[in-house]
Design a protein around this ligand. Structure first.
Ligand SMILES: Nc1ncnc2c1ncn2[C@@H]1O[C@H](COP(=O)(O)OP(=O)(O)OP(=O)(O)O)[C@@H](O)[C@H]1O
Ligand SMILES: [Mg+2]
Length: 282
């Protein structure tokens, strides 16, 4: 079995007094794609933010590449190669597509890596190559999303967390965004894909985790997730079909006071700044 790149054990998180995650445990092997599914408000984005240091956990641990990264600052987590691409952020509208990429690649990987990184970005998203001289503000919403993804490819992240990439996009654009994810994966990046469009995510994923009310309701091979979700969403109850069922409970957890919510931080802090240090030891 492949070694685990990301491991969460009993993760809890709160926004003030509101508890959003209740003892979430999951394990993501290096080289795989995991779909993180669940209905609105289930806690998917919160979990993604806890992994990447944008929201503090109030209990439990996160390990990445064997290192305990629980509640490390977002920039340190990003430097280790765990990169979060938040929706539609980090694109400078007044600059061209290529200026956006070059600026980001110079900062993250250094001048000498820019041309290789551009090749990688345009390989993953050919439409950006066609529009390299176009002002970013005039790109379509889907193209801007591709640009924000391409910007983290300065150094291929070890784990890329993408949240609702397909939100509001036409199906043909979603296809292009997902083609980009396939290319990113083939460069060796492990993926955690948070999605409302279950079919899209499951077509790409090897594994799936379904969250319900802040707890793991099911986890297992992606092929079984659609049926499990029907059960969960249909009845509102938890289906215990996974190999590592979640710990949906508050019972055993210390009811620690919620930490101040850090969701107000700019998401850009988690977008891979300095990802060139990835792979360093703990
Ligand atoms: N900054 C915040 N302050 C207070 N409560 C929040 C905050 N962010 C999220 N929540 C609450 O935490 C719960 C989980 O939200 P989260 O955004 O993680 O859900 P989600 O599964 O990503 O939902 P969606 O599919 O709609 O994006 C929700 O009840 C939400 O209202
Ligand atoms: Mg969300």
């Amino acid at each position: 079995m492949s070694p685990m790149l990301l491991e969460a054990e009993g993760l809890c998180a709160s926004y003030g007094s509101y508890r959003a995650l209740f003892g979430v445990s999951l394990a993501l092997p290096e080289g795989s794609v995991m779909a993180l599914l669940g209905s609105n408000g289930a806690g998917k984005s919160t979990l993604a933010r806890v992994f990447t240091g944008l929201v503090a956990s109030t209990g439990g641990t996160v390990r990445f590449a064997g290192c305990d990264i629980t509640n490390l600052p977002a920039w340190r987590i990003a430097r280790m190669g765990l990169v979060h691409v938040p929706e539609g952020r980090g694109v400078f509208g007044s600059l061209s597509v290529e200026e956006n990429l070059v600026l980001s690649f110079r900062r993250r990987a250094g001048r000498s890596e820019v041309s290789t990184a551009l090749e990688r970005a345009y390989g993953a998203f050919p439409v950006l190559a066609e529009r390299r001289r176009q002002q970013a503000a005039t790109l379509s919403g889907g193209q801007q999303r591709m640009l924000s993804l391409a910007k983290v490819l300065a150094v291929p992240p070890r784990l890329l967390v993408v949240d609702e990439l397909s939100l509001g996009l036409a199906p043909v654009i979603v296809d292009a965004v997902y083609d980009g994810l396939v290319a990113i994966r083939s460069n060796g990046t492990t993926l955690l894909v948070v999605e409302q469009q279950v079919d899209r995510a499951l077509a790409l994923a090897d594994l799936a985790v379904v969250l319900a009310k802040g707890a793991v309701a099911w986890q297992g091979p992606a092929a079984g997730a659609a049926t499990a979700m029907e059960g969960i969403l249909g009845t509102g109850s938890v289906v215990d079909a996974g190999s590592r069922p979640g710990q949906p409970d508050s019972a055993g957890q210390p009811d620690r006071p919620g930490r101040p919510d850090s969701a107000g931080q700019p998401d850009s802090v988690g977008t891979g700044e300095g990802a060139g240090e990835m792979g360093r030891s703990c």
